[in-house]
Design a protein around this ligand. Sequence first.
Ligand code: DX5
Ligand code: ZN
Length: 217
Amino acid sequence: MSESFLIAPSILSADFSILKEEIQKVEAAGADWIHVDVMDGHFVPNLTIGAPVVKSLRPVTRLPLDVHLMIEQPERYIGDFIKAGADYLTIHVEATSDPAAVLQAIRAQKCKPGITLRPATPVEKVVPFLPLVDLVLVMTVNPGFGGQSFMTDQVSKIDELRVHLRQIKSSALIEVDGGITAETARSCRGADVLVAGSFIFKNDYSSAIRQLKGAKP
Ligand code: DX5
Ligand code: ZN
């Protein structure tokens, strides 16, 4: 487990008309990764951005691009996102009939695979895939929208996943996404990476990022 949280601002809450400036501002404010939420209007009831936007963003920051695919059959698009410059590519375990094949294909293309699960999905569903990933994402809201309330009942999944990762001697990182604030971050102490959209973009970026990092004493 890392000493202090890595912070991944979700650009879903940024001002899309000045995305480059927004990313450079959170980078200057101490962000560690940039979290990119990709939604297809099928897996989740919302549409956001695709690989061409990731490609345009790649040259504007040195930070890793952490791409969260909330799309059905992610196998159709992983090549595009990897070519566009994704560093981490996370798929939902419920989104494909063969998660292992998709994760292996991501790694074969020199990208870091991640797996995630919806709040209603038990940890057991992702356990078989843990040996194949560099990142496990715990959703603390139902995927689809920024600005929702943190689901406290999901927090126990962090420690459960940590136990499973230790058992297989995996150094995969645990990331939490949804409803993260300075307050809710405190209950995520067992995690490595926190995604935050509205808490960062609706506040002073430096102060918000500092508060989140400070939430892991
Ligand atoms: C939700 C997305 C999140 C979202 C987080 O489907 O995966 O990354 O943007 O936004 P906040 O921090 O506002 O809950
Ligand atoms: Zn996300």
